[in-house]
Design a binder for this molecule. Sequence first.
Ligand code: NAP
Length: 531
Amino acid sequence: MVLARRIPLYQKASDFSVETSDETPLQAAGLIIRLLQNQPMKTKICAVINADNVKDALNDMKKAESADLTELRLDYIKNINESKVKELMKNKKQKIIITCRPINFGGLFRGSEKERLALLSRAIELGADFVDAEFGSEITNELTENKKGSKIIISHHDFKETPSLEKLESVYNQISQLNPNSVKIITTANSINDNFIIFDLLKGKNNLIAFCMGAEGEISRILAPKFGSRLAYCSLDKEKESAPGQINLEEMKNLYHNNLINKETNVIGIIGEFAENSMSKYMHNPNFVKNNVNFVYVPFKVAKNELKDFMENFRKFNFKGAAVTIPHKENIIKLIDELDETAEQIGATNTLVNDNGKIKGYNTDYYGAVYALKEQAEIKGNKILVLGAGGAARAVVYGLKREGAKLTLVNRTDGKAEKLANEFKVGFDEFSNVSKLVKENDIIINTTSVGMYPKENDSVLDGKDLFKGKIVMDIVYKPVNTKLIRMAKKKGCKTVTGDRMLIYQAVRQFELWTKINPGFKDMEKEMNKNI
Ligand code: NAP
């Protein structure tokens, strides 16, 4: 009682506070040293169990044993009662957070507050390690006062947006007054830039769990250990996500290697409107680990109108590098400091390297296209038809011209192909002549986005003019076997799929970021596991 009265006064008077009741004296000393060195505390991975019955919840608790702790959502279990709580708690093998979120706080529990308090109090009696209580709910004070051996997390969720840093700091201070063991602040990211508000909020706080929900908030979950959130929440598997944007346990541990991320980790990401569809994370992340470099590769889902602010945040948080994809390869140039000679000539960049605050753009697409095609064909002197005149086409045309190909460009919007052809001094024709052009050329390369997921059954050509002897390359890699590739194979053509280009260009990117050549075979092996 005396301590409870004094704690707010201690907190008010102190510069830092450290939660040590769960630690040995040695661990507590380590925490204090880390805090004084301004290093974030080690983040623990928490798998969320949201089964609707006890049997499934028990199965899930077993599956979740490889996480550091589990959050059991009582509100998901149909007709939850004290005997069900007892059965669940009897089988607990690791640390557990008990949560019973009512409807008005975004959960599924429809009973009274009295019933909810009875369930949570029972969980406390049965040895719940943590209880999550909502900031603003009637029963939070009562739980905090009667927490016994459990710890109380007081949580605040914003299901609409991420408010300003000032507003969130004020929420944090109000929750801290209630004297919880941990404060949890979860917001919704409507833009990638919202994540940076949370990263700022985490600064200097060692008892805070914070991240953004939503697909745009994915990086706040992955990078939780870099910025010091006490917990990183994940789902048990893809189908069991309890919140949008949640990453599953397998990905958290074995793709992003969350346990290896720390304050010093170099962040690389793919900047694109649909960055979440990128395959490159499957190549780079395992090879960072294999090559023992402290890097992580994440999706930066950035819409066109968010790019400028995003690049300011990229600089502010000193991210190490990026891959750049649709629709930013050209627009991003004005937001960086320098271009290497090749990217300058191509007029597009797909790779950024941040060298002590100076961001330089490179282009590895041209390299990827040339090496992928060389696996199947001689380039020099061959007649090549390039379909498309977007960012990737620029790199392909540059690379093939440098290798001595005889090029003709066509594009849905004729004017764009004509402009590109004039710029690179290669041939141009109208799209209406595509049938004749397919017959005349030895190699046909699709650089348009037609056939790309989710429109896998589209093709820029109808295939009737293809025949054995032609080589058909499609740079679309999701799916690898595009409709165009499938048609070309049927006609007996040699084919080059987009994953080959992707792997070659990724090898170059890896080298630019880490100064290490990961080896084509190792990158290919990881890619093949995921296509
Ligand atoms: P982009 O700059 O947006 O260009 C898109 C191109 O596709 C333009 O030429 C556009 O023609 C054409 N196009 C779009 N919809 C069309 C339709 N319905 N019919 C005919 N043409 C259409 O995109 P990008 O950066 O060049 O990327 C294009 C594709 O290449 C994407 O699928 C991307 O994933 C892939 N890519 C693969 C690699 C790899 O390593 N394998 C590397 C880079 C890119 P208009 O000019 O008429 O709009």
